[in-house]
Design a protein around this ligand. Structure first.
Ligand code: ADP
Ligand code: MG
Length: 482
């Protein structure tokens, strides 16, 4: 029996006003996991009103001592850490990823609240000199009510990545989790409530994008939208938000190059590159889905990646042996499978394609085994974001060629570079038009640092102090001293 859950608005656990619900699905089995409210614009109105009251009425924001905000964020961090196992298992059930990956996500969620709790007391302004007869203070203030719309690939982590800095900055929020993965967002609300976050500061509206996400974009009570998701929706969000000049932060997709030079430590490069494209089932905005390999090591790398993929164990994410779970939904499975099926007809050579799990209990799960193609950079497999375990391997001859190939994309989120030559590594890192460049690694995203994309991979930056900035306005206070 699927559990009936409620959403969290104005400090109360509520159904949708319509009474409508939908099921969140376990992608390993296709079975219903929980029934959640199908929020829509009436519910968004209530959530925004609650967030507005909490912000304008002094429940949160500049009216609350920074150290009080900090303490509550630290308590949330503590509660997340205490519940790490159950949160990770819930995440696995809802989105499919292997339990070890989910535990790592939850640990980072806890750290994110701790990290931004620390920042809450350290947001300072500036006093630019303006001559002997005046003083000018530049102070930082929270931007207000924020609509946070997040995807399903790292459900709790992506939520925390927005909620923690927003709360630290003093904003109040309405979180709209992805319809595929609403469960850990609801648990985050329960934890925030337990941590003593006042009613209305943090609201969660569950539901579908058009029904529960879109009303946030046009609501006059929302000051800012932060979105992580697909490029198409991101573009629509920016266009829609322009009508009210809402502040917008967008973290979108990628087609990130993973560059392996001839002098690289090939064993490390192969494992790192394979994890970079197959990790989290390839459902990663920064996945190194274009594997650019110097001709001198091309055969070795192709063989190494094939061996790695062949050794991956598909199964339920709850099985500790599993290294690749199901994709999040039937729709996502069909999308990814369509790319694989079309590849050979578009000029790609399918080098390897793995096996579905043979456990009958998983027969209806949304599994897509890893696939490796030899490709050229001009075909769809190398240009479009697939968001699944599909690698396009492309040879190159020299650094100029590989930089040209790496940058020949509409996206610019990330890039990985594998070489032992530090000069070559840094020259290439500077030449690649991407917001994140890894050298001899792929995919780390430390909370203390920075994240975000060039070109069509997004607008604005997250993580570290950069995220805080996106939830703050600057105000100049000028004092005439004469
Ligand atoms: P995907 O196609 O991979 O599910 P989306 O960009 O559609 O990625 O989804 C990311 C998030 O954006 C989800 O929370 C989803 O519900 C939300 N979303 C989708 N469409 C809209 C929309 N029209 N307006 C607002 N939010 C939306
Ligand atoms: Mg689900």
């Amino acid at each position: 029996m699927a559990e009936n859950l409620k959403m969290y608005i104005g400090g109360a656990w509520v159904d949708a006003r319509s009474g409508d619900t939908f099921d969140s699905i376990d992608p390993a089995t296709g079975g219903a996991l929980a029934t959640v409210p199908r929020g829509a614009s009436l519910d968004v109105d209530l959530a925004v009103a609650a967030a507005r009251r909490a912000f304008d009425g002094g429940t949160w924001g500049s009216a609350v001592a920074e150290r009080e905000r900090a303490r509550i964020l630290f308590r949330i961090a503590q509660l997340v850490a205490e519940q790490r196992q159950s949160l990770a298992e819930l995440e696995v059930r809802d989105c499919g990823k292997p339990i070890g990956d989910a535990l790592a996500d939850i640990d980072e969620v806890a750290f994110m609240f701790e990290y931004y709790g620390g920042w809450a007391t350290k947001i300072t302004g500036d006093i630019p000199p303006v001559g002997p007869d005046a003083m000018s203070l530049v102070v930082k203030e929270p931007v207000g009510v924020c609509g946070l719309i997040v995807p399903w690939n790292y459900p709790m982590l992506m939520a925390a990545q927005k909620v923690a800095p927003a709360l630290a900055a003093g904003c109040t929020v309405v979180l709209k989790p992805a319809e595929q993965t609403p469960l850990t967002a609801l648990r985050m609300a329960a934890i925030a409530e337990q941590a003593g976050l006042p009613a209305g500061v943090f609201n969660v509206v569950t539901g579908f994008g058009v029904e529960a996400g879109a009303p946030l974009l046009t609501h006059p009570g929302v000051d800012k939208i932060s979105f992580t998701g697909s490029r198409a929706i991101g573009m629509m969000i920016q266009r829609t938000c322009a009508d009210q000049l809402k502040r917008v932060t967008l973290e979108l997709g990628g087609k990130s190059p993973n560059i392996i030079f001839g002098d690289a430590d090939i064993e490390r490069a192969v494992v790192g590159s394979a994890l970079g494209v197959f990790g989290n089932q390839g459902e990663v905005c920064s996945a190194g889905s274009r594997v650019l390999v110097h001709r001198s090591v091309y055969d070795d790398v192709l063989q190494g990646m094939t061996d790695f993929a062949a050794g991956m164990k598909l199964g339920s994410g709850l099985d500790p042996e599993t290294t690749m779970g199901p994709l999040v939904s039937a729709a996502q499975r069909d999308r990814v499978q369509a790319y694989i099926d079309a590849g050979p007809g578009e000029g790609a050579n399918l080098v390897f394609s793995g096996q579905r799990p043979n456990d009958p209990a998983l027969a209806n799960g949304y599994f897509v085994p890893p696939a490796i193609f030899e490709a050229t950079n001009d075909i769809r497999l190398a240009r479009e974001e697939i968001f699944g375990p599909v690698a396009a391997v492309i040879p190159f001859s020299d650094v100029d060629e590989v930089v040209r190939l790496a940058n020949d994309t509409e996206y610019g989120l990330a890039a990985a570079i594998w070489t032992r030559d530090i000069g070559l590594a840094l020259r290439t890192a500077k030449a690649v038009r991407a917001g994140v460049v890894w050298i001899n690694d792929s995919q780390p995203a430390p909370t203390e640092s920075m994240w975000g994309g060039y070109k069509q991979s997004g607008i604005g930056r997250e993580l570290g102090p950069y995220a805080l900035d996106t939830y703050l306005e600057s105000k100049q206070i000028y004092i005439n001293l004469s």
